[in-house]
Ligand binder design. Structure first.
Ligand code: G3H
Ligand code: 13P
Ligand code: ZN
Ligand code: NA
Length: 283
C-alpha cells in the first residue's frame, strides 16, 4: 500500500535501522525497487528527483508508483526528492505523492525555516510527510577542502533550532557525502552526526549514499540515520545490465531483452542495500 514516510521512519527509529530511498525514472526502476522490497520483506521509499520529473513527468511517476504500491504487501512511500519550491511540493501533493522534501538548503536559516513551515502547514493537513535539508550536500564536481567543511556541513545548533521551529518528519544533513560517484573515499564527519542526533532526536537522512563504503553506512545508521538515499548505484546497475545484454547479443532488436536484465541487476543491488540498511524482514 501507499503510505506516508513518517510511520516508516518512526518504526525505523524504534528498531534502529534505515529505510532505503531509491530514485525512480521509469517503469523498470519502479518494478525493480518493488521486487527487491518484496523479496526482502522491507518497507521502501520511491523518490522522484528534478531530473525524474523532467524526464517522466509527475503524472507518470505517480501512476507507476501508485499501481505498484496498491498491488504489493510492502508499505511504499512516494517521495519528492529535493523539492525546489512551495509550488512544486503542492503540485506533487495534489498529484498523489505521500511525502515531499522541501530543499531550502540554499537559503539562510530563517528563510529555510519559513519555506519549510509553509510546506508543512499544507502537508500536515493532508497527511503528507515532509523532509527538509540543512547544510550543503556536495555535488559530483565539488571538491570540498578540509577548511571548508565547517562552513558547508550542517551546524548542530542550527539543526536544533531548525527542528524546534519546524517539526519536520526527517532532516537531511551534510556530513561529507556527495551526489554521484566519488573520486576517492568520502570522509564522513561522524562526530558531527553524533552531535546532531543528540540535539535532535529524530530521523536523519543521508543523501549521496551511493559510493559510501558499507561500513560507513552501517556506522551512520548506528548513529541515527533512518533514511538512506540511493540513485547513482541504480543508474550504474541499469546501464551495466543493458551493456552486458547488448554485448551478449549485439543483434538484439527487442528492448525487453535489454531492459529485463537491467531490471534484474538493479533489483540485486537494491536487495543488497536493504540488507545493509537492516530494513529486511520488517514487513
Ligand atoms: O538528487 C539527486 C539525484 O541523484 C540527481 O537527480 O539528475 O535525476 O535530477 P537528477
Ligand atoms: P547518490 O546518487 O549519490 O546515490 O545520491 C542520491 C541522493 O541523495 C538523492 O537525493
Ligand atoms: Zn539528495
Ligand atoms: Na554518492
Amino acid at each position: 500500500p501507499l503510505v506516508s514516510m513518517a510511520p516508516l521512519l518512526a518504526k525505523a527509529e524504534e528498531g534502529k535501522y534505515a529505510v532505503g530511498a531509491f530514485n525512480c525514472n521509469n517503469m523498470e526502476i519502479v518494478q525493480a525497487i518493488i521486487a527487491a522490497a518484496e523479496a526482502e520483506r522491507s518497507p521502501v521509499i520511491i523518490q522522484a528527483s528534478q531530473g525524474a520529473i523532467k524526464y517522466a513527468g509527475i503524472d507518470y511517476i505517480v501512476a507507476l508508483t501508485k499501481i505498484a504500491a496498491e498491488n504489493t504487501f510492502v508499505p511504499v512511500a512516494l517521495h519528492l526528492d529535493h523539492g525546489t519550491s512551495f509550488d512544486q511540493c503542492m503540485q506533487c501533493i495534489r498529484s498523489g505523492f505521500s511525502s515531499v522534501m522541501i530543499d531550502g538548503s540554499k537559503y539562510a536559516l530563517e528563510e529555510n525555516i519559513a519555506i519549510t513551515n509553509r510546506v508543512l502547514a499544507v502537508a500536515r493537513a493532508v497527511g503528507v510527510s515532509v523532509e527538509a535539508e540543512l547544510g550543503k550536500i556536495g555535488g559530483t564536481e565539488d571538491d570540498i577542502h578540509v577548511d571548508e567543511r565547517d562552513a558547508l556541513f550542517t551546524d548542530p545548533n542550527d539543526a536544533k533550532r531548525f527542528v524546534e521551529e519546524t517539526g519536520v518528519d526527517a532532516l537531511a544533513i551534510a556530513i561529507g557525502t556527495a551526489h554521484g560517484q566519488y573520486k576517492g573515499r568520502p570522509e564522513l564527519d561522524f562526530e558531527r552526526l553524533k552531535k546532531i542526533k543528540s540535539l535532535v532526536d529524530m530521523p536523519i537522512v543521508l543523501h549521496g549514499s551511493s559510493g559510501v563504503p558499507e561500513e560507513d553506512i552501517r556506522k551512520a545508521i548506528d548513529l541515527g540515520v533512518r533514511k538512506v538515499n540511493i540513485d547513482t548505484n541504480l543508474r550504474e546497475a541499469f546501464v551495466e545490465g543493458v551493456k552486458e545484454a547488448i554485448a551478449k547479443n549485439p543483434n538484439e532488436i527487442d528492448p525487453r531483452k535489454l531492459l529485463g536484465p537491467a531490471k534484474t541487476k538493479m533489483s540485486e543491488v537494491i536487495r543488497e542495500k536493504i540488507r545493509i540498511f537492516g530494513s529486511n524482514g520488517k514487513v
